[in-house]
Design a protein around this ligand. Structure first.
Ligand code: ADP
Length: 381
């Protein structure tokens, strides 16, 4: 039995119960004979249930006309005037013939319609040639499924490139077996592709944990200065290789509640990007400051910057402004998606200011631990 039918049955039982209860009460003299508000009639209660349900309900007669329809059914476009959607009418005829419930897709056919994007209905026999259409807005489920499909397609595509490269390079190694210099050259490339595969898989696992239902593992107090110190330590080699100096401000002595490893990963991703998207010999700075009951860690570079139309999209999985450049720097296209989810899981957010040709500032904003002693200055210390 569906929810609606249950509700109808419950309403019937309730109404019958109220009526019987009243009668029984009066006959036993339990209910005082004061003027109680008149009880609603059973038909009135059923009418209320019919109107209040979230499902679009239409009762169709054997001629295919709608004899009853609630407001939701009109909103979902299942019925217009007394005419049900032609697909619903055909399903009703089918149900009358077979005597069993059938499912029918009643999604709008015109893309520009203001109705929900997806509507699914079940049609049931009610007897005597009547049928009932129960329609539900399934747009959210359809959107979710489309996102999931896109993600799987993107992941497959991202994995295919390095896997294909490893295969080709391995063949090249076999062909050049007698030439040690070539073997070394192809071997080095295989190692690079294997690293890329490893990073991609690690980041995919991190992202799926972050977007999963479990939330953060163990919350503990995390010192912001330790996060900054460890992230600088981990990105030192990349900075040296790119001849980029990382300028850092003084410790701030603030704490947040969260997962230290994830916060370090997020900050590392921002610093690695600042290095990857800046020319050599330009500085990158990391600064922290208190802002109200939050702490902000900003990573600023004087690199290529991001055009306004791309600024929102850079946090999407696999979005890259310039896929060739990202690939050349070993990017997975997942770094900023991870940053966004880490911050969201900590009740914070990541903000972006950027100007092409000038540079970018990514700011991680995190709520301070609840009983943290207030710090007197608002500026960077
Ligand atoms: P990737 O692995 O490609 O770096 P990210 O998710 O970290 O993936 O970043 C997504 C895209 O955002 C990058 O491909 C790049 O186009 C852009 N981007 C990120 N950080 C910066 C930055 N500091 N300066 C310029 N562009 C950036």
């Amino acid at each position: 039995m569906t929810g609606v039918v249950c509700v109808l049955v419950a309403a019937l039982a309730l109404a019958a119960g109220i009526v019987l209860g009243r009668r029984w009460g009066r006959s036993r003299g339990v209910v005082p004979p004061t003027a109680a508000p008149p009880e609603p009639a059973l038909a009135d209660l059923l009418e209320r249930v019919f109107s209040a349900t979230d499902e679009g309900l239409v009762v169709v007669d054997r001629g295919g006309a709608a004899v009853l329809a609630n407001r939701r059914a009109r909103e979902l476009g299942v019925v217009a005037g007394d005419k049900p959607d032609a697909r619903a009418v055909a399903a009703c005829a089918d149900v009358r013939e077979r005597g069993t419930t059938v499912a029918v897709d009643l999604s709008p056919l015109a893309a520009r319609s203001r109705r929900p994007a997806a509507v699914l209905a079940r049609v049931r026999p009610l007897g005597d040639g009547y049928t009932m259409v129960e329609a539900t807005d399934t747009s959210d489920a359809v959107r979710l499924e489309a996102t999931r499909r896109d993600f799987v397609a993107n992941v497959s595509h991202e994995l295919k490139t390095p896997v294909g490269a490893v295969g080709l390079l391995a063949e090249a190694v076999l062909d050049a077996a007698d030439d040690p210099a070539e073997v070394r050259r192809f071997g080095t490339k295989i190692v690079r592709e294997a690293d890329r595969l490893g990073n991609l898989v690690t980041e995919l696992i991190a992202l799926s944990r972050l977007t999963g239902a479990e939330g953060l593992p163990e919350l503990s107090r995390v010192a912001i200065d330790e996060v900054v110190c460890e992230a600088l330590h981990r990105t030192r080699l990349s900075a040296e290789a790119a001849r980029i100096e990382i300028v850092v401000d003084k410790p701030i002595g603030l704490e947040v509640e969260g997962d230290q490893t994830l916060l370090i990963t997020a900050l590392c991703n921002l610093i690695e990007n600042a290095i990857a998207y800046s020319p050599a010999e330009t500085p990158v700075s990391v600064s922290r400051r208190q802002s109200g009951d939050a702490v902000e860690i900003a990573v600023t570079d004087r690199g290529i910057g991001i055009a306004p139309e791309h600024q929102k999209r850079v946090f999407e999985r696999f979005f890259r402004v310039d896929p060739a450049r990202s690939r050349a720097t070993g990017g997975t296209g997942l770094g900023l998606a991870i940053v966004k989810h880490v911050l969201a899981n900590h009740g914070g957010e990541v903000r972006l200011w950027s100007s092409p040709g000038t540079g970018s500032t990514f700011t991680m904003r995190l709520p301070l631990a609840p009983d943290h002693a207030p710090v007197h200055t608002g500026g960077t210390s």
